[in-house]
Ligand binder design. Sequence first.
Ligand code: BYC
Length: 315
Amino acid sequence: MENQLTAEEITKREMEFDAKIAKGIVVEPKDWMPDRYRKQLLRMMSQHAHSEVVGMLPEGNWLTRAPSLMRKAVLLAKIQDEAGHGLYIYSAAETLGTDRAEMIDQLLSGHAKYSSIFNYPTLNWADMGAIGWLVDGAAIVNQTVLAKCSYGPYSRAMVRICKEENFHNKQGYQIMAYLMKGTKEQQEMAQDAMNRFWWPSLMMFGPHDTNSPNSGDLMKWKVKLQTNDDLRQRFIDRTVPQAEAIGLKIPDPDLKWNPQTRHYDFGEINWEEFNNVIKGNGPCNRLRMKQRRDAHENGAWVRSAALAYAEKHGK
Ligand code: BYC
């Protein structure tokens, strides 16, 4: 699209686009947009969609071992919701002109990222509580802001997703609270899950603002309305009192309420670990990709059946 325009015309359109964003006007798929805006959005939205889909795997690991029928039904519903979130976001990303099959190819060939958090193993039942409470809790903090972002299809997808994530968050917290009222072994299980998931949950917000190459563009175009560090702080501030209320300890010796800033101070994230995980060397990266590739191959017959049905019925 841009290569049909002269450099002068592009500059003029970019200025008009920036003015539109500054006024808070929402961008819709058929509106003109700078190539870089389209690329940044596609990168972020496809990663987000992949995260929802890969995110089903660590929880799927506990479906057959949930401790009761009720817990199993709730977990199943949550995992199905995550699949739905992936589909909404893939659909929203397709409005930017890239086919879903192409996005999925990028994931399966290892060229696209998904959230670092899903490369950690789920070792005990309390991990289902920690994921719902901490991981979905972090996602809500991030996504509530994305629901006001400048791209219409993404922001609208976020509104519904956030409602469902709130349910996920509460069910996770309820699992943790229940375990904390239980036996010593149950309490230890909950604390163990907390110890393993706390730091990786903080990593979900991405690198420090000073090391975040994409934030400049994304903030300028109001895709991101708050920075990685601001959102991380907001998550910590709201989660620490919740942990204290049920007797869980945050595994951070530097965590302390700061009456001056009215925020919690906290210790430094292990960025070496974060970088290793996003480069593909986390504890479960290879397993997750294998599971996704197998699921994709095993689902080939469903895709061809759906296609044959659509062709037969003219859809
Ligand atoms: N993991 O410039 P930066 C869920 C990458 S799932 C992996 O700050 P940006 C759920 C980043 O992509 C919800 N990679 O990037 C599902 C970039 O690499 P590239 C998941 C990360 O985009 C099932 C590089 O590091 N939520 O809720 O400005 C069960 C530099 O970073 C991560 C979303 O996807 C990471 N944590 O900011 C339960 C939210 N962090 O692309 C729950 C949407 C950074 O240049 N995404 N990287 O190669 C975002 O808000 C932003 O993309 C991020 C990163 C805050 C994640």
